[in-house]
Design a protein around this ligand. Structure first.
Ligand code: ZN
Length: 901
């Protein structure tokens, strides 16, 4: 038998791409039960996730790494549970983002999109996509994503474009989409409408401008009005006051004069007006303010557009026509000052609407756009969550979801862009009617005229991503994939796109598939920058994940982000040191793996019949079973971060620090003990690697492969006989009920740990070199036989001089020149009195005594209370025993204190 040895250090650089290629080539990312494969069984329930499609323009940031790792973890866990698992990958065409990229590229060549024209621009954009669109998916592969790449989709691909077309036509036929002039958010720089959700409100310092609305034909009477945007005065069509406002009641029905322009507008009464705000009188600009727009609708006021698409003043603004909005503000205000119409200016904190994409100030404007009537769709979406068909994790977001859907506004879906799904509406030049069809028409459907032209706008990107969970599976066709994999299982995404995306998918799915799109919505928190800001391109990213993966490995980064996450809560950008610490953890795993494989490969077959497990064996196995139970419970409760933390703790602090050390002693015994120990090491490592795999897939797969090959080539081959070839499809460890022997073994081993720790601490304090073996007398009292059984392990782990150390039941008197330690009811004497300061020793003992007294007092109180009548007898007995142990400990500490001179 050849000895099989692992490389000394784990080389993630060469391992990661090799292991990923192996998975992909092995077809492990495809569900094992698949309608396109032989032996397909439609009755087996699959686990399905559709990836939140990253933008094709995307460059990997930490947010991507988090969601990809999270979904990969979920997929791997379910795959290992034997459930047919499908994770559908894809990318989003990202209308504005991509168009801006290509426009920039053209600008660099000295061209504009208008110069090249729509057709040429789209050709250029597709070429750009072909060249750069794969970058983000390559980066997602690097994270270890176990997506079924054969099912990869793109929101503008042929199938998805057909789905978008079908969805639009159906909504149109049902009368749920309409076109009309409405007040929308206009982005002057991008020259397109943006939806409410694409506007971010920023608190910024500004001014409140007070001025006079002069009454028409009166000698100097006026209504004082305040505004934050004086330029909009040019578009005013009324002044509104509260109907019960004594100050202004008399003016209602009269006319006032628009400053500078001289236009006369009415004074109206409306309960919407807040008497406390500003002057209590409100200028009404229906063309440029959503609230004013609604008041205008109620009172039948005219709507004036005083800004053009580039935010320059229109002819409505008379002498100011052609000026930029902010220049106009200055000019008009200065002119009003000269005309004695200004009262005062005050500093004021504004809530400025800025475009999420471009950052510039968005203007509410009247524009003719396409809208979806959301009310009927929202009702179904509310119901689906209320009746529990869809569950939102964490639950607190359900309220947010209800609130948004209950107050939903119509969705402006048209965008004045070229890159996207062109709206399938043709306008007839002859009869003026619209033709909306599934196939491109050649003539007007109403009058047959050939003089038709397609709408030039495209659809909001979120329209196509709203269909994502079913369009990617083949909808509108009843494909085998759609039949089997839909509805999907979990939608995992950031809570920041609950409305943008999640709510819309639910509405669209219920409308088009009469089914929910997914059963669970899992919302992860965001990764915040150092100042608590959302990480995004526009703020720049402090941590570049690609660099981190180059330097510390993918597993270290994945583990850091996964363990730092909890549902719905943000996490701070992890400092480099933290990722480094997890890289050390990965190395720790590798080193433990080297130790185990070497123990396995150097083992000689021996007869282990009749050989009992050691206390350490039983303890690590009981601890491992308890970990398996906890991890399963945490996974079921979506507490993935906590599960990761517990696995880490177990592996490092229990397996590596204690069991491996104890195992070294057992291996040294040789023969059947060594053989049995090698088997236990291999079994514990195997279970750990399986549980760690969803978190850190690369190192676990690599190490497990080594473990498997080593076992198969060893006398322990039986252990690995049934294992599959790759860890990615190895069965997930099954949680089993706690067995009756476990509790006692845990207690005994923890006594052993306490004794060893006490001695180690004193040694460290006294700076006794690890090479120096010292003798000890351990007085075990009632625990003597348990300790005597473990003598060898205790002596070795505490670095004691085995030949001169002993474990006794009792001792008539304290040995001379010894320092005493008390661990529960166990006393330890070490002959190092000369090295220990008497006063220090007194303080140490006194501290322990005080602590024991406190505990005893607490237990006495507890046992004297109602507790002793209400609690079950077994529980009370346990507390009595604890009290007795503390009393015993106190007595021993007192004796030792008395013996100090
Ligand atoms: Zn026509």
């Amino acid at each position: 038998m050849s000895k099989y040895e692992l490389p000394k250090a784990y080389d993630f650089k060469s391992t990661e791409p090799r292991v990923y290629a192996m998975w992909e080539a092995g077809g492990f990312f495809r569900p094992w039960n698949d309608p396109h494969r032989d032996g397909f069984d439609p009755s087996i329930k699959p686990f399905v996730i559709s990836i939140p499609p990253p933008n094709v323009t995307g460059e990997l940031h930490l947010g991507h790494v988090l969601f990809v790792s999270m979904e990969d973890m979920m997929s791997r866990y379910h795959r290992m549970k034997g459930i047919p698992t499908l994770w559908v990958p894809g990318t989003d065409h990202a209308g504005i983002a991509t168009q801006l990229k290509v426009e920039q590229m053209l600008r660099d060549e000295g061209k504009s999109r208008e110069q090249v024209g729509r057709e040429e621009f789209l050709r250029t954009t597709w070429a750009w996509k072909a060249k750069y669109g794969g970058i983000i998916t390559e980066q997602i592969r690097r994270i270890g994503a176990s997506c079924d790449w054969q099912r990869e989709r793109f929101t503008l691909d042929e199938g998805l474009s057909r789905a978008v077309r079908e969805a639009f036509v159906r909504l149109y036929e049902k009368g749920l989409v309409y076109r009309g002039p409405r007040l929308i958010n206009w982005s002057p720089g991008l020259k397109t409408a943006v939806s409410d959700l694409e506007v971010e409100y920023c608190e910024e310092p500004g001014k409140l401008y007070y001025f006079k609305y002069m009454l028409a034909g009166s000698g100097g009477e006026y209504i004082p009005v305040a505004t934050t945007r004086p330029e909009t005065i040019l578009g005013d069509t009324a002044v509104a006051v509260h109907p019960e406002d004594e100050r202004y009641k008399k003016f209602v029905g009269k006319k006032v004069v628009v400053p500078i322009l001289g236009r006369e507008i009415p004074v109206i009464a409306d309960e919407y007006v807040d008497r406390e705000f500003g002057t209590g009188a409100l200028k009404i600009t229906p063309g440029h303010d959503p609230n004013d727009y609604e008041i205008g609708q109620r009172h039948g006021l005219p709507v004036l557009s005083m800004l053009d698409p580039e935010a320059r003043v229109t002819e409505v603004g008379g002498p100011y026509a052609g000026l930029d909005r902010f220049v106009c503000r200055e000019r008009l205000w200065s002119d009003m000052k000269s005309a004695a119409l200004v009262i005062k200016e005050e500093p004021y904190t504004l809530n400025v609407p800025r475009s999420q994409r471009g950052g510039e100030i968005v203007e509410p404007m009247i524009s003719t756009q396409w809208f979806v009537n959301m009310q009927p769709l929202a009702e179904n979406a509310l119901k689906a969550v209320r009746d529990g068909r869809i569950k939102i994790i964490p639950e607190r977001f359900e309220k947010v979801y209800y609130n948004w859907l209950e107050n939903i506004k119509d969705w402006c879906i048209s965008r004045q862009l070229w890159w996207g799904h062109r709206i399938p509406v043709w306008y007839c030049a002859d009869c003026g009617k619209e033709s909306v069809t599934r196939e491109d028409p050649t003539a007007c459907l109403h009058c047959g005229s050939g003089d038709i032209e397609q709408e030039s706008d495209v659809l909001d990107t979120w329209f196509s991503s709203g269909l994502w969970p079913f369009s990617t599976l083949g909808w509108p066709d009843e494909t085998p994939d759609l039949k089997y994999f839909y509805p999907t299982t979990i939608m995992e995404t950031g809570y920041d796109i609950l409305f943008f995306w999640v709510a819309r998918m639910i509405m669209m799915a219920l409308e088009f598939t009469q089914n929910i799109p997914f059963r669970v919505v899992y919302l992860h928190g965001l990764i915040r920058g150092e100042e608590g800001r959302k990480m995004s391109k526009s703020y720049g990213t402090a941590v570049d994940p690609l660099t981190i993966m180059d330097e510390l490995g993918t597993d270290a980064l994945r583990f850091t982000l996964l363990v730092g996450s909890s549902p719905g809560n943000d996490q701070a950008t992890p400092p480099y040191k933290k990722i480094e610490a997890n890289r050390n953890f990965i190395n720790k795993i590798w080193n433990a793996g080297r130790f185990v494989t070497s123990a396995v490969s150097s083992g000689q077959a021996a007869d282990t019949a009749g050989l009992d497990w050691t206390l350490a064996d039983s303890w690590i196995w009981a601890r491992l079973q308890s970990l398996v139970r906890d991890v399963e419970r945490l996974f079921q409760a979506y507490q993935y971060g906590e599960a990761g933390r517990q696995i880490y703790e177990f592996f490092w602090s229990e397996f590596a620090d204690w069991y491996v050390e104890a195992a070294k002693i057992q291996l040294a015994e040789g023969d059947s003990r060594a053989f049995k120990t090698a088997g236990t090491l291999a079994r514990v490592l195997d279970v750990c690697l399986r549980m760690m795999h969803p978190f850190i897939p690369f190192v676990t797969e690599e190490l497990w492969g080594h473990l498997r090959r080593t076992l198969l080539a060893s006398p322990l081959a039986d252990l690995a006989r049934e294992w599959p070839e790759s860890l990615i499809v190895a069965p997930w460890p099954e949680a089993r009920q706690e067995e009756s022997w476990e509790a006692e073994k845990l207690t005994d081993f923890s006594l052993l740990q306490d004794v060893v720790r006490a001695i180690r601490n004193l040694r460290a304090e006294k700076k006794i070199k690890p090479t120096r073996r010292i003798p000890a007398i351990i007085i075990g009292g009632t625990r003597t036989s348990c300790l005597q059984d473990q003598a060898k392990t205790i002596f070795a782990l505490a670095l004691l001089d085995e030949a001169h150390s002993e474990i006794l039941k009792g001792l008539p008197q304290k040995p001379e020149d010894h320092v005493g330690l008390v661990v529960g009811s166990v006393e330890i004497y070490l002959p190092i009195a000369g090295m220990v300061d008497q006063e220090e020793q007194r303080v140490r003992l006194q501290k322990k005594l005080t602590e024991a007294e406190k505990q005893a007092e607490r237990l006495e109180k507890l046992l004297a209370s109602d507790f002793s009548r209400k609690a079950p007898e077994a529980v009370i007995q346990k507390e009595r025993e604890r009290l007795a142990a503390f009393e015993d400990s106190m007595a021993k500490l007192k004796t030792q204190l008395d013996s100090l001179t």
